[in-house]
Write a protein that binds this ligand. Structure first.
Ligand SMILES: NC(=O)C1=CN([C@@H]2O[C@H](COP(=O)(O)OP(=O)(O)OC[C@H]3O[C@@H](n4cnc5c(N)ncnc54)[C@H](OP(=O)(O)O)[C@@H]3O)[C@@H](O)[C@H]2O)C=CC1
Ligand SMILES: O=C1CO[C@H](CO)[C@@H](O)[C@@H]1O
Length: 374
């Protein structure tokens, strides 16, 4: 690898590929040198669209090349495991689309393969790399009191303060987490999201985000889950679930293909809660915002640190942040704590999804054993 550039190759020519190729090409130090498709024509067409020098027919054929360092696996979920293992075997770093696989056993094998070959593996869950998520991470620190100097206050309660208080907040002990992610009928017949054999269904496609948010905020697995689903012709189209964690923490999850767009979450502590209506990706015309609701009734509107408060759209680009972090790990040349945490986040997210799927299938609660992949 050239020390200053990371060369990517892409597997697949679908919807997400088109977006992420542009993001890779606009990330400093990254370049796309090859794209592979099952069809030579599609590979050529996509390569021409993006000025990619090499169009390759077949993913196997791609992995025989030595002119790239990392593979971006942008295939339907059921193919992530196979092509991540093959890429690791070929000594390539892997940026793999979400859901990382179709079950936690597969994720465990993918992590093992990456560790054995000493290559980097990252799931392309971009919201985890947004600056606003970095803010949430800080606010979640139980010992932290966060100053409110940057908040745009509104909706102040009618209750007068008994004595003047410092402008700051803390979440206090976490009590409830909630996340809902859905889109209304966005897919055509034939889309992998509607094909159970390709890892379709809203639980894997969108539950990945909602369960991921809950795992991110809790920092651990639930002890028990219960889920209910609407199943249309073998495809899960709506799922709702409850979860119980240790230390008196509960959670609710909702995802589906048949409601208006929802991508919100609430992280509720005893003293304050964080509310965010677009955690997976900020609405395009808004800065990345969230709200802090205090137990007193005060509400504070928060914006990410790098964004001016004049309402200008967010300047943070979560995909470029993610690609940049993946490249940092590649250049480091060994697994570090940040990568271990990503692996744990991905594996535990997939374990939650497995437990929810099992609960839907048995029609009752499912217990989870505490475990760690790292
Ligand atoms: N991170 C994000 O924001 C997003 C992530 N995703 C994720 O990215 C992945 C791909 O999604 P998306 O791009 O929307 O999917 P598409 O169906 O648009 O593209 C998938 C590509 O995979 C290749 N492929 C290989 N085998 C098959 C097969 N048996 N059936 C269908 N396609 C196949 C095809 O490329 P070819 O035949 O040319 O090789 C196809 O273009 C999914 O895991 C999805 O969850 C999707 C959207 C956003
Ligand atoms: O990850 C994703 C982002 O949102 C899409 C909805 O438009 C999902 O279906 C997709 O897989």
């Amino acid at each position: 690898m050239n020390a200053s550039r990371v060369r990517f190759a892409v597997m697949g020519t679908g919807r997400v590929t088109r977006r992420l190729i542009a993001d890779i090409q606009s990330t400093a130090g990254a370049t796309v040198t090859a794209i592979a498709s099952r069809s030579a024509d599609r590979a050529r067409w996509q390569a021409d669209c993006f000025g990619i020098p090499n169009a390759v027919c077949g993913y196997d054929e791609l992995l025989r090349r030595d002119d790239f360092d990392a593979v971006y696996v942008a295939l339907p979920p059921s193919l992530h495991h196979e092509w991540t293992l093959a890429s690791c075997d070929a000594g390539k770093h892997v940026l793999c689309e979400k859901p990382l696989a179709v079950n936690a056993d597969q994720v465990g094998e993918m992590i093992d393969a990456a560790e054995t070959r000493d290559v980097r593996l990252l799931d392309a869950t971009a919201w985890l790399h947004h600056d606003r998520t970095g803010q949430f991470r800080q606010w979640l620190d139980p010992d932290r009191t966060t100053p409110l100097s940057d908040a745009e206050d509104f909706g102040v309660s009618d209750e007068p303060d008994e004595e003047p208080t410092e402008p700051s907040f803390r979440l206090g002990p976490l009590r409830h987490l909630s996340a809902a992610v859905s889109f209304r009928s966005p897919f055509q017949n034939g889309d992998h999201r509607l094909d159970p054999d390709l890892g379709g269904g809203c639980l894997l496609d969108l539950g990945w985000y909602a369960a991921g948010l809950i795992r991110f905020a809790a920092g651990r697995l639930p002890q028990q889950v219960y889920a209910d689903a609407v199943d249309r012709e073998g495809v899960l189209t709506r799922v709702s679930a409850t979860m119980q964690f240790s230390n008196d923490l509960t959670a609710t999850l909702s995802c589906g293909f048949d409601t208006a767009t929802r991508k919100w979450c609430e992280i509720a502590g005893e003293d304050a809660s964080i509310v965010c209506d677009d955690f997976t990706r900020p609405w395009p015309d808004k800065p990345a915002r969230s709200w802090v609701h205090e137990a007193s009734g005060k509400v504070h509107s928060m914006v990410e640190p790098t964004v001016p408060t004049d309402g200008a759209p967010s300047v943070c680009h979560q995909e470029r942040n993610m690609i940049g972090e993946f490249m940092r790990r590649i250049r480091l040349g060994r697994i570090d704590e940040a990568e271990r945490q990503s692996h744990e986040q991905a594996w535990q997210t997939q374990r939650i999804l497995d437990a929810l799927a099992e609960s839907i299938s048995v029609g009752g609660p499912v217990k989870l054993a505490v475990a760690s992949v790292t």
